[in-house]
Write a protein that binds this ligand. Structure first.
Ligand SMILES: NC(=O)c1ccc[n+]([C@@H]2O[C@H](COP(=O)([O-])OP(=O)(O)OC[C@H]3O[C@@H](n4cnc5c(N)ncnc54)[C@H](OP(=O)(O)O)[C@@H]3O)[C@@H](O)[C@H]2O)c1
Length: 226
């Protein structure tokens, strides 16, 4: 069966990704900052291995790459992310929060993707999926939340560059908007459930072809403007 690696797999969308891929018989490399406190993840049945990973920490990413050397990863799901500060306008922005948000939402996923590129290239499917956000779309910007929005816009550009750099290696790199999802980040009244979001993204991943490299998708399979 194929292998998926998921970042931020202890709760929210990442946990549901782990659940659904495991239920489908995949080998799941579920990563999180503190495996000792990931009870929900530990409760998933199937072929699930938990690995410690803080995407902000280069030494943590390097250690994971060493652990996984020589193992193929069909789908690398760069899911971990933070909101930063909700509602931030440029007038009252906190630059330290902004920097930390960029570290997690931009540098983290790029660092993980680059560290594990050989694992993805060695696989059959060769997919890198990134959980971005419609809030990172310049074409659909309605203003506000500059910290979160800009971190996801920057992620879009980084994935677009990565897609070009890895195209000759057969990698298909895509960004997803998972929907407004009922998680700690999305809040209890968000319209989309994690199972719906993840089922949609998994369906898109399953249908990807090399020509989709460097594209931006809604969870339901609709294309999104950068
Ligand atoms: N929910 C939505 O409506 C929505 C909409 C658009 C995009 N997204 C994106 O979807 C992704 C998942 O969101 P979610 O709703 O599932 O959020 P969530 O419930 O807040 O979960 C966030 C996950 O990211 C992990 N994480 C944060 N910083 C990390 C780091 N430095 N290293 C490793 N893991 C880290 C968290 O781990 P800890 O438990 O250790 O904090 C947690 O597992 C995020 O990238 C988010 O921006 C969500």
């Amino acid at each position: 069966m194929p292998t998926v690696l998921i970042t931020g797999a202890n709760r929210g969308i990442g946990l549901e990704l782990a659940r659904q891929y495991a239920a489908d018989g995949w080998r799941v490399l579920a990563t999180c900052r503190d495996p000792d406190r990931a009870a929900d993840l530990a409760g998933i049945g199937g072929n699930v291995e938990t690995h410690r990973l803080d995407v902000d920490d280069a030494s943590s990413v390097d250690a994971l790459a060493v652990d996984l050397k020589g193992q193929s990863i069909d789908v690398l799901f760069n899911n971990a992310g933070v909101i930063g500060k909700r509602g931030a306008s440029i007038a009252d922005v906190d630059y330290d929060v902004w920097a930390r948000t960029m570290a997690t939402n931009l540098f983290g996923p790029v660092r993980v993707a680059w560290a594990l590129r050989d694992n993805v290239q060695a696989s059959t499917l060769k997919v890198m999926a990134f959980t971005g956000s419609k809030m990172g779309s310049i074409g659909q910007n309605t203003g506000g939340n500059v910290i979160y929005r800009s971190s996801k816009t920057a992620l879009n550009m980084a994935v677009s560059c990565l897609a070009q750099e890895l195209e000759s290696k057969g990698v298909t790199a895509v960004v997803f908007h998972p929907g407004h999802v009922r998680t700690d980040m999305g809040g209890p009244t968000a319209p989309v459930t994690a199972p719906e979001s993840v089922a949609g993204m998994r369906k898109v991943v399953a249908g990807l072809v090399p020509g989709d490299n460097g594209t931006f998708w809604n969870y339901d399979g609709a294309p999104l403007p950068w």
